[in-house]
Design a binder for this molecule. Sequence first.
Ligand SMILES: Cc1cc2nc3c(=O)[nH]c(=O)nc-3n(C[C@H](O)[C@H](O)[C@H](O)COP(=O)(O)OP(=O)(O)OC[C@H]3O[C@@H](n4cnc5c(N)ncnc54)[C@H](O)[C@@H]3O)c2cc1C
Length: 419
Amino acid sequence: MQRRQILKLCSGVAVLPLLSAYAAAAKIVIIGGGFGGLFAARTLRQYLPAAKITLVEQQHYYYSAPYSHFVLIGARPPNSLRYAYDAAAENIDIVHATAETIENNQVHLAEGRKLPFDCAIVSPGIEFDYSGMSGMNDADNQNNATTRQQIPHAYRGGKQVQQLAQQLQAMPDNGVFIIIPPPTPYRCSPAPYERAALVAHYMEQHKPRGKVLILDPKEQFAQQTLFSDWWNSYYRQRIEWLSGEGGGRVEHIDAATKTVHTEFGEEYGDVINYIPPQRAATIAQHAGLTDSSGWCPVNPATMESQQQKGIYIIGDAAALAPAPKSASCAMSAAAVAAAAVARVLSGREIPLPDILESICFSHITPNIAFSEQGSYFTTPTLRREQVNLTPRHTAKETLQNIAATGRVWHQQTTAALFE
Ligand SMILES: Cc1cc2nc3c(=O)[nH]c(=O)nc-3n(C[C@H](O)[C@H](O)[C@H](O)COP(=O)(O)OP(=O)(O)OC[C@H]3O[C@@H](n4cnc5c(N)ncnc54)[C@H](O)[C@@H]3O)c2cc1C
């Protein structure tokens, strides 16, 4: 699929350039160069060929979280998920800096510079909230940077994934890998359970007596029936899942002794993978874009903030339930925000896409996967249109095809953004 086709798929409309004097002089600042922010920037450039579009991104390289479990188990080299901004920089101004806050139509950078804007799009992703976990929070921890390195969440892609991979490799043959998933809502709801499956797959080959123990604060989890079926058929008793009420609720993590304390007792983990509760990234809070839920309320028809006019929030940071926090949904929301911003700046009646599309692939092995594809109407209120989940008892050959489709989806999506 070509980039223009992906744009069309996400937005439902072909993007036509808009040439007006005001639109040409317009300044747009986009915060975050991930799936949402970069797609918004590239789509807006098509609508507004002459506008000043500045993308603020704190990192020089983007690391994809989708497919990072392949890096974790050594099925992909780490650099295959690392992407540079060179191609995007050919027609968008990219500023590598941290945005600290937004005030009076200006984005304030940590380095002191201020970037004025007519419209801003904010797609900074997520932040982790360690405050509720004894042993990992600031109060209990003089040295939490080290502790958090010893217990990597590995939930953003990049360095922490490699740290967790090293811990997995170093564990003994009969080691226990503990995963502590977050409560909802959080980024990519099936991902902790896909992680369990792929770690079990790694153990089949490298840690024959190893075990994966999932200590979950929740009573149920995304796509539970499918995961349970396929965990059982591929990995027999290797994966154990405990619900919150069944002993999964973790009260304390002791990084030094690698011990996890639950309501029911203690568990030793050769590797402990705590994925903390999540909220919108810090810049969204500093800019006053979040509500008491920690996420950013938006008008789903345009993605404009409910708290501040002229600022549009997309991606995982936005409160868009029941739509999932996924890369594909972030790009769909980016298409809405780009059209809405172009409409405001050009004064023309640009049609706004009225549907968000999401596709998520969950692997059981590197070559076997199932998928969930969802469509969500944005007007008059955000609602689920349809969700297609791979049925139970699907033939192996079909699951292999889904895995291959997932790889193509990722390759084409990242190419559309970064090439
Ligand atoms: C293991 C795993 C598997 C996944 N698999 C899938 C999948 O199969 N399909 C799917 O659709 N989704 C998947 N996802 C979810 C997907 O990664 C996210 O939904 C997606 O990255 C959200 O995009 P975003 O733009 O909101 O945030 P991000 O992609 O996280 O981008 C945010 C960017 O903003 C930057 N930033 C943050 N704060 C600042 C600041 N103050 N100043 C400057 N820059 C800043 C960050 O550096 C980052 O580059 C998966 C996630 C995980 C963890």
